[in-house]
Ligand binder design. Structure first.
Ligand SMILES: Cc1ncc(COP(=O)(O)O)c(C=O)c1O
Length: 473
């Protein structure tokens, strides 16, 4: 073993396992966010890279103390900002195992069993989405790459190459920015990306969508894809899937659903019906590192017809010709952007095998019901307003006494969030909705308790009173 002895290896693995278990066991006592001090950053910059190397124990210790200690703990039960990542220890075990054997999941030759598990896991997810047997897909690093993969396939399926310059894609004001980013990566100009307004519930307005498509057709452009969202990042709302699917059918457009956040509701026995219509999508983005409790980076892109994928990405380099996939086998490099890729499916498969699908359903259901409970708790507090009701575990609200101007309320809510971040008890950040600064909570952690919610609201209220005094004095 170059650079490490067997004893050092045993010792360091034991340290890491113990440190991880302690970390997970005491999550609730930790600050939800810690930002490295200037001193720590300077220390990290000064370490440099020595010619002769250093003691492994020392490096590991330093990393735990100075790197991992300074971060937002996305799996903290009171980390409510962005889309948290309540990663299960089972996913961590899957990661450790997979990293140990390091399979190359690009070809069947290199990872036949892992590729088979990827197929089986994708098949199960496709069934959850209500897809037919023709469906398929693959694991990718995240929602952004899943969206990019889907949009590349959509353009390939709907436009001939000489029409790429003329193609138009339709997003909404609430579509995650990764979709527009993907389109720009693909070479679309701003002129080729239409941002459709939303209705008062912040869902894509389908009348405006159809109007925009008709205008573009009349102008000789080539509409090719509509991106709907199942669980928007800001509010958790679901675009009207059936009406959008009808429009896509009518004009022969690709229908992509970004369910990076919300598609996980498909595994909830109680709430999967909320995504009715998703089976009509040509492709679905679904992040496992959000609400399927996986460590980064683990996401899926599903296609109603797996041939669309193969048609788009397949190529035939001479040095890979011995790695042909036959019959039911798949060479995943022919289905996506990556050639060398880790076997991301294995940790999700291990989690599913161990928990069982009923437990997984309970864990997702918990998030939805806790957002509903949080809404009740906030409503009991005077001077607080619900801006968007609990939808798929996301709720937006603000401190807004009637006597204060909108501007003062914006300042106060921003200050509340800063104070909470500084304290670290919970992480509650702001977003902008309907021109207002609001506080946003995403409650998908399955171990968040009612006590966590109540204590967080109490503290927000305390900071609201403090911030009002400071800002209005
Ligand atoms: C709806 C939606 N789509 C796409 C993304 C991007 O996903 P990722 O961060 O995994 O690239 C996010 C991230 O929050 C999201 O909420």
């Amino acid at each position: 073993m170059e650079g490490i002895t067997k004893e050092e290896l045993y010792r360091s693995v034991q340290t890491i396992v113990k440190t991880y278990i302690d970390f997970y066991d005491t999550l609730r006592e930790k600050k939800a966010v810690t930002i490295a001090s200037d001193d720590v950053i300077q220390k990290l910059r000064n370490i440099g890279f020595s010619k002769e190397g250093r003691e492994l124990d020392q490096v590991i210790h330093e990393m735990i103390e100075t790197i991992y200690a300074n971060q937002a703990i996305m799996q903290h039960p009171r980390f409510f900002a962005f889309v948290p990542s309540p990663a299960s220890p089972l996913s961590w075990i899957g990661d450790v195992l997979t990293d140990s054997y390091n399979p190359h999941a690009g070809t069947w030759l290199e990872s036949s069993s892992a590729s088979c598990i990827e197929q089986e896991t994708i098949k199960w997810l496709c069934q959850k989405a209500g897809y037919p047997k023709t469906a398929g897909g693959l694991f990718v690093s995240g929602g952004s790459i899943a969206n990019l993969t889907a949009l590349v396939v959509a353009r390939h399926a709907k436009l001939s190459e000489d029409m790429y310059f003329n193609g138009v894609a339709y997003l909404s004001q609430q579509t995650h920015f990764s979709a527009a980013k993907a389109l720009r990566i693909m070479g679309l100009t701003t002129e080729q990306i239409r941002i459709i307004p939303c209705d008062d519930q912040l869902r894509m307005d389908t009348r405006s969508l159809e109007k925009a498509i008709l205008q573009d057709l009349e102008a000789g452009k080539k509409p090719f894809v509509v991106v709907a969202t199942a669980g928007t990042t800001n509010t958790g709302c679901i675009d009207p899937l059936h009406p959008i699917a009808d429009i896509c059918d009518r004009y022969d457009l690709w229908f992509h659903v970004d369910g990076a956040y919300g598609a996980s509701v498909l595994v909830s026995n109680e709430y999967h019906h909320l995504l009715d219509g998703i089976s009509r999508a040509d492709s679905i983005t679904w992040d496992a590192h959000k609400w399927l409790f996986q460590t980064y980076a683990c996401s899926m892109i599903l296609f109603k017809n797996s041939h669309d994928l193969a048609n788009c990405f397949s190529s035939n380099p001479e040095y890979l010709k011995d790695a042909v996939a036959e019959n039911d086998e798949v060479n995943y490099w022919e289905w996506g952007i990556e050639l060398t890729r880790p076997a991301r499916s294995l940790k999700l498969w291990l989690t599913l095998q161990t928990l069982g699908t009923d437990k997984l359903s309970e864990m997702v259901t918990h998030g939805i019901q806790y957002a509903q409970r949080l809404e009740e708790i906030i409503k009991e507090k005077p001077n607080w307003e619900i801006v968007t009701s609990a939808q798929l575990a996301i709720i937006n609200f603000r401190y807004a006494p009637k006597s204060l101007s909108e501007h003062s309320c914006d300042q106060i809510n921003e200050a509340i969030s800063h104070k909470m971040t500084e304290n670290g008890f919970a992480c509650v950040l702001t977003t902008q909705l309907k021109g207002k600064t609001v506080l946003r909570i995403c409650s998908i952690h399955p171990e968040t308790t009612e006590k966590d919610l109540k204590e967080t609201v109490e503290l927000l209220n305390k900071y609201a009173i403090e911030a009002s005094e400071e800002i209005l004095s």
